[in-house]
Design a protein around this ligand. Structure first.
Ligand SMILES: [Zn+2]
Length: 93
Protein backbone atom coordinates (compact mmCIF):
# COMPACT_ATOMS: atom_id res chain seq x y z
CA UNK A 1 0.00 0.00 0.00
CA UNK A 2 1.18 3.51 -0.76
CA UNK A 3 -0.44 5.36 2.09
CA UNK A 4 1.97 7.17 4.33
CA UNK A 5 0.79 8.46 7.68
CA UNK A 6 -2.94 8.85 8.23
CA UNK A 7 -4.65 10.65 11.10
CA UNK A 8 -7.68 8.44 11.75
CA UNK A 9 -9.27 11.16 13.87
CA UNK A 10 -9.21 13.41 10.80
CA UNK A 11 -11.02 10.79 8.70
CA UNK A 12 -13.61 10.23 11.41
CA UNK A 13 -14.14 13.94 12.10
CA UNK A 14 -14.42 14.66 8.38
CA UNK A 15 -17.22 12.15 7.92
CA UNK A 16 -19.03 13.42 11.04
CA UNK A 17 -18.82 17.03 9.79
CA UNK A 18 -20.29 15.96 6.43
CA UNK A 19 -23.16 14.08 8.06
CA UNK A 20 -23.92 16.87 10.55
CA UNK A 21 -24.00 19.57 7.89
CA UNK A 22 -26.54 17.50 5.94
CA UNK A 23 -28.83 17.12 8.96
CA UNK A 24 -31.86 19.42 9.48
CA UNK A 25 -30.32 20.75 12.72
CA UNK A 26 -27.69 22.60 10.70
CA UNK A 27 -29.66 23.57 7.63
CA UNK A 28 -29.11 27.28 8.30
CA UNK A 29 -25.32 26.93 8.38
CA UNK A 30 -23.12 27.55 5.34
CA UNK A 31 -21.88 24.37 3.69
CA UNK A 32 -19.34 25.82 1.26
CA UNK A 33 -15.99 24.08 0.96
CA UNK A 34 -14.19 26.87 2.84
CA UNK A 35 -16.52 26.70 5.85
CA UNK A 36 -16.44 22.88 5.82
CA UNK A 37 -12.64 22.90 5.87
CA UNK A 38 -12.56 25.56 8.62
CA UNK A 39 -14.99 23.51 10.74
CA UNK A 40 -12.84 20.43 10.29
CA UNK A 41 -9.58 22.26 11.07
CA UNK A 42 -11.05 23.93 14.15
CA UNK A 43 -12.42 20.60 15.38
CA UNK A 44 -9.13 18.82 14.80
CA UNK A 45 -7.25 21.44 16.81
CA UNK A 46 -9.25 20.34 19.85
CA UNK A 47 -9.29 16.59 19.16
CA UNK A 48 -6.46 14.17 19.91
CA UNK A 49 -4.59 12.94 16.85
CA UNK A 50 -4.50 9.23 16.12
CA UNK A 51 -1.90 8.40 13.49
CA UNK A 52 -1.52 5.02 11.84
CA UNK A 53 0.71 3.69 9.07
CA UNK A 54 -1.17 0.62 7.85
CA UNK A 55 -4.65 -0.14 6.59
CA UNK A 56 -5.14 -2.68 9.38
CA UNK A 57 -4.15 -0.10 11.95
CA UNK A 58 -6.49 2.38 10.33
CA UNK A 59 -9.49 0.06 10.62
CA UNK A 60 -8.66 -0.88 14.19
CA UNK A 61 -8.25 2.76 15.25
CA UNK A 62 -11.45 3.76 13.44
CA UNK A 63 -13.42 1.13 15.35
CA UNK A 64 -11.87 2.17 18.66
CA UNK A 65 -12.63 5.83 18.09
CA UNK A 66 -16.10 5.39 16.61
CA UNK A 67 -17.90 4.14 19.74
CA UNK A 68 -20.97 5.78 21.26
CA UNK A 69 -19.00 7.13 24.22
CA UNK A 70 -16.24 8.58 22.07
CA UNK A 71 -18.71 9.99 19.59
CA UNK A 72 -20.34 12.01 22.38
CA UNK A 73 -17.29 14.15 23.10
CA UNK A 74 -16.09 14.16 19.49
CA UNK A 75 -19.52 15.37 18.33
CA UNK A 76 -19.54 18.03 21.05
CA UNK A 77 -16.28 19.55 19.78
CA UNK A 78 -17.41 19.41 16.17
CA UNK A 79 -20.73 21.07 17.05
CA UNK A 80 -18.93 23.91 18.81
CA UNK A 81 -16.66 24.33 15.75
CA UNK A 82 -19.74 24.49 13.48
CA UNK A 83 -21.12 27.31 15.64
CA UNK A 84 -17.83 29.25 15.74
CA UNK A 85 -17.41 29.08 11.94
CA UNK A 86 -21.11 29.92 11.48
CA UNK A 87 -20.63 33.05 13.60
CA UNK A 88 -17.36 34.10 11.98
CA UNK A 89 -17.37 32.70 8.44
CA UNK A 90 -14.25 33.39 6.33
CA UNK A 91 -15.74 32.48 2.96
CA UNK A 92 -16.01 36.03 1.63
CA UNK A 93 -12.33 36.90 1.59
ZN1 LIG B 1 -19.17 29.23 3.72
Amino acid sequence: MSREIVNVMEELASSIVTVMLMSPDYQTFCKCEKCRRDILALSLNTLPTHYVTTEGGRQQAYEQLNTNDNRKWINKRIISAIHVVGRYPKHNE
